[in-house]
Design a protein around this ligand. Structure first.
Ligand code: NAD
Length: 511
């Protein structure tokens, strides 16, 4: 694909160039009625990229019942054979990586390398799932009773509903779907209404593979409104697991609705991530880690660096260097060469950015650089640094925009305490060359987050580790390590091969 990418070429190469795209896919697209039409908007210039017909309740039913029927067959397919089908999906994602990555840039404004990086994450998790297909291990235990054997096994769980946020419109679905599928589950996806085209393109790529292998509709897609489709989905007992990524506000509601019906929820919610820089840190590394963490994806990652705590000895130097670096960040069209920061997702996000800065200033913060909307078409803002003499109340909240609050410290205990002193608990980092400081940060009284890094920023996790956070981030874990266990049901089996029936704990019950 050439440098002068245009959206029509990208959409055509992904096979989604219809004027009005269907929002309900039970394998292939469902026609008929719709529950309204939405536009997919390019945040870089406000143009309409495509139009999508929202799913009706009847279409939702068709999607879920198709996925359910296919799941009943899929779960009996041996896991390594499921892995082989996922391998074919990974191959297709490799073929479509550039186009799909460009569509991520068009629809949610990520710069080109980040759009492609997101699809790479999908390929990585698919590869991981292929390997997992020959693992999914259970444990064996020693029984306390003679002539008995105990072990644990993992079975497919059922249908998984996957609710995704706008900011990772491809990879977050893949983290869930690839792992759920290798575990033997079916998946129904409800994407963000801010990124419907990527969802359709992604769905089609996988559906082609599933159809070729005789499992059309194992993955379903419903693009619909929260009040109708979202609410219906989280209440639907055919989903033993609801995996929801998004704001804490959404997760609080989804978690309680799913708990009410004794379903499981896997929640990946907002972050409020901090970096601590000690006096002995390598400041070149710290500068790069902070800049990518705070400015990358225009501050719209759950792992975005939102606060930094700098040791007083290096605070002035590092702040000065950061301000200089921020002034050089090239803001522009995400697909233009050299752009480091694209737009925010929409004007609501710009309004939230402006309101947060205003509030920070009212609370005593000082804007060192940035602070304004960029005067051009599209939802662009300047990356912003705000100095604070004390931790501002606004720092308790996640504003999904490139605003970085800078505080200083003299005592590491105090810095760690302040880092932890927010309701969210996703990602955290320390830049230090001191062994004791890094161990203190990683120890039980150190960072309280699900992710704790040393000499690496807060964003840009690899798929091999379990990803997720504590407190209001929701407690879920996705992607690598043993996150797959969330998508299966555990069964403990005890077999008696003796001719006696001894009871555990020495209990006697002679009849
Ligand atoms: P959002 O909460 O507005 O929406 C997320 C998803 O939830 C969307 O698909 C939305 O339609 C759906 N939703 C909302 N209400 C619902 C309901 N009642 N029933 C069913 N579905 C419902 O979030 P957003 O603005 O799209 O994304 C940004 C947020 O996501 C940030 O807070 C960010 O930190 C978080 N996020 C977290 C992670 C993580 O892994 N922890 C990853 C990406 C994004």
């Amino acid at each position: 694909m050439s440098n002068d990418l245009n959206v029509h070429g990208v959409l055509a190469s992904l096979g989604i160039s219809d004027a009005l795209l269907p929002g309900a896919w039970a394998g292939s697209a469902l026609g008929g009625d719709n529950a309204g039409v939405i536009d997919s908007i390019n945040p870089a210039d406000g143009t309409v990229l495509g139009r999508v017909a929202l799913a009706t309740s009847e279409q939702y039913e068709a999607v879920v019942s198709t996925a359910q029927a296919q799941y009943l067959r899929w779960r009996t397919l041996p896991a390594p054979k499921r892995g082989e089908i996922i391998r074919q999906m990974a191959e297709q994602f490799r073929i479509h990586k550039e186009a799909l990555g460009a569509l991520v840039s068009f629809e949610v404004g990520k710069v080109r390398s980040e759009g492609a990086g997101e699809v790479q994450e999908t390929i990585d998790i698919a590869d991981f799932a292929v390997g997992l297909s020959r693992q999914l291990y259970g444990l064996t235990m020693h029984s306390e009773r003679p002539g008995h054997r105990m072990y644990e096994q993992w079975h497919p769980l059922g249908l998984v509903s996957v609710i995704t946020a706008f900011n990772f419109p491809n990879a977050v679905w893949a983290w869930n779907a690839m792992i759920a599928a290798v575990c033997g589950d079916g998946v129904v996806w409800k994407p963000s209404l801010k990124a419907p085209l990527i969802a359709i393109a992604t769905h089609r790529i996988c559906e082609d593979v599933l159809a070729k292998n005789g499992y059309s509709g194992l993955f379903g897609l419903v693009i619909g409104r929260d009040a109708e489709i979202g609410e219906r989905m989280i209440r639907d007992a055919r989903f033993p697991l609801v995996s929801a990524t998004g704001s804490t506000r959404m997760g609080r509601h989804v978690g309680s609705v799913v708990a009410e019906r004794f379903g499981r929820s896997l929640l990946e919610l907002g972050g409020n991530n901090a970096i601590i820089v000690t006096a002995d840190a390598d400041l070149d590394l710290a500068l790069r880690g902070i800049a990518f963490g705070a400015v990358g994806t225009a501050g719209q990652r759950c792992t975005t660096t939102r606060r930094i705590y700098l040791h007083a000895d290096i605070a002035d130097t590092l702040t000065e260097r950061l301000v200089k670096c921020y002034k050089q960040v090239k803001i522009g069209h995400p697909l233009e060469a050299g752009t480091l920061m694209g737009p925010l997702i929409d004007d609501d996000a710009v309004n939230a950015y402006e309101a947060a800065i205003q509030e920070a200033v009212a609370q005593g913060g000082r804007v060192l650089t940035g602070g304004k909307r960029v005067d051009r078409a599209g939802s662009y803002v300047e990356p912003t640094i705000i100095a604070m003499d004390h931790d501002l109340p606004i720092c308790q909240h996640e504003t999904f925009a490139p605003i970085l609050y800078v505080g200083r410290f003299t005592d590491l205990d105090d810095a760690i305490r302040r880092q932890n002193d927010v309701p969210q608990g996703l990602s955290s980092s320390i830049f230090t060359t001191n062994f004791q400081s890094s161990e203190q940060f990683l120890g039980a009284t150190g960072s309280d987050c699900g992710i704790a890094n040393v000499n690496i920023g807060t964003s840009g996790a690899e798929i091999g580790g379990a990803f997720g956070g504590e407190k209001e981030t929701g407690g879920g874990r996705e992607a690598g390590s043993d996150s797959w266990k969330a998508y299966m049901r555990r069964q403990t089996c005890t077999l008696n091969y003796s001719r006696d029936l001894p009871l555990a704990q020495g209990i006697t019950f002679d009849v």
